[in-house]
Design a protein around this ligand. Structure first.
Ligand code: CTP
Length: 420
């Protein structure tokens, strides 16, 4: 399991260290976040050494592991949110949970990374209180714990015995690390899958193209473009999550591919055209997000060109490639929905998009303005205008590409409906 441990202030922080050690030993991937106070008891370096991963203590600090748990590849881009760790956790254990942290959790406060993560968690949250027995018995603390339970938080009651202050005994001891880990393991094992998105595309075959083609000049050089494939990957992931059977034609994409998706890899516009010709008849929805070269070198050479000597080029002759989308539109059968993507510059983008929609005989076109550096190419976010053949025009303000993907799929579904 991916176990996220939030450590708050208290002598018992050393038990969180031991819990982390046991969890790592049992094969779990563990990340740790600390409140500033907890660092007075156990330092970040101890948790980092035991988990083999950086420890975070502030919402404003970059995670060097970019949201990855130990054993996972570190993504090549940092997540936008400082909540990536809790978003991906199977269980979030707050241990020890001090009286102060419990009060904040009950009130829904988010004043440090540990409390913020609890508020944002969609995974089960387990809270293990540890404090002096009078603090634990106080009606305020008891009330806060009941509130947390009412919010669906699993509270592991503290044990009775010797407390941190010399000679004191009572209820307030953090349970032993074995017990904490075992509760987390049981919860992770029985965790019901989240309700997840509606399966409104169940059984629908969706073909997505993503990335950018490369047209060889010689054996090592090519004409390419800046498309990273992120938008297409987001579309594939969103369609899959809604139950679609997804085939993803990837042109030179090095990012990880969503699970459960069939992948066909291509490099050139020609190969992409051939793969589309093969896959298109079997799909109901085509999402053509790939950036396809419009021209290719007409005589690519098989060896590497030298910069001097007889074959030193002073120009590269180009010839047009096939307009893949137009060819597919010609071959469409009733009920197939074709959505194109257009990268346009500046204020005329909408008109140019509409013209492309007509010319390529599409059902909808997703237009993005590439004059902006903060969105679009190789960015996590996009801002688009979706124009449909029936006149609907929807502006999606700047949002994560997965949110844009969700709206593109909504439109695909809407355009499919009359044919069903
Ligand atoms: N497209 C395609 N085959 C090509 C070029 C583009 O299938 N040879 C598809 C793209 O995947 C995209 C849509 O057509 O979905 C629009 O691409 P774009 O490059 O904006 O359109 P072009 O027809 O190439 O027009 P422009 O002159 O603006 O480049």
């Amino acid at each position: 399991m991916r176990l996220l441990i939030g450590v708050s202030g208290g002598i018992a922080a050393y038990k969180a260290l031991e819990t982390a050690r046991l969890a790592v030993r049992a094969g779990h991937a563990v990340r740790v976040m600390q409140t500033p106070t907890s660092m007075r008891f156990v330092g970040k370096a101890s948790f980092a050494a035991i988990t083999g991963a950086p420890v975070l203590s502030s919402e404003f600090e970059q995670d060097p592991a970019r949201g990855a748990y130990p054993g996972e590849p570190v993504p090549d881009r940092a997540p936008i949110s400082h909540l990536a760790l809790v978003e991906r956790a199977d269980v979030y254990l707050v241990a020890p949970a001090s009286a102060n942290t419990i009060a904040k959790l009950a009130a829904g406060a988010a004043d440090n990374l540990v409390t913020t993560a609890a508020l944002a968690a969609s995974c089960p949250v387990v809270v293990a209180p540890a404090m002096n027995n009078r603090m634990y018995a106080h009606p305020a603390t008891q009330g806060n714990l009941r509130t947390l339970e009412a919010h669906g938080v699993e509270v592991i009651p503290p044990g009775e015995g010797e407390l941190a202050s010399y000679g004191e005994r009572g209820v307030g001891r953090l349970p032993e690390p074995e017990a904490l880990l075992s509760v987390c393991e049981t919860i992770a094992a029985h965790r019901r899958p989240a309700a997840g998105p509606a399966q409104d595309l169940a059984g629908v075959r969706v073909l997505v193209t993503a990335g950018g083609t490369r047209e060889p000049i010689d054996s090592v050089r090519y004409i390419g473009n800046r498309s990273s494939g992120r938008m297409g990957l987001a579309l594939a992931a969103a369609a899959r999550a809604r139950g679609a059977e997804v085939t993803l034609i990837l042109a030179n994409v090095s990012l990880p591919v969503p699970e459960g998706v069939r992948v066909v890899r291509v490099e050139t516009a020609n190969q992409l055209a051939a793969a589309c010709a093969e896959e298109f008849p079997g799909c109901e929805v085509l999402l053509m997000a790939a950036a396809v070269a419009d021209f290719r070198p007409s005589a690519p050479v098989e060896h590497k060109l030298k910069k001097t000597g007889p074959d030193a080029p002073n120009k590269v002759e180009l010839e047009p490639t096939e307009d893949v989308l137009s060819v597919l539109a010609d071959r469409r059968r009733p009920g197939q929905v074709l959505i194109g993507f257009a990268a346009e510059h500046g204020s005329g983008a909408a008109a140019l998009g509409r013209e492309k929609l007509e010319r390529k005989r599409l059902d909808a076109i997703v237009v993005n303005d590439i004059s902006r550096a903060d969105i679009g190419f190789d960015a996590e976010e996009n801002e688009v205008l979706i124009i449909a053949r029936d006149g609907l025009q929807r502006h999606i303000p700047r949002a994560a590409k997965r949110a844009v993907a969700a709206e593109v799929l909504n439109q695909a579904q809407r355009l499919r409906e009359p044919a069903q």
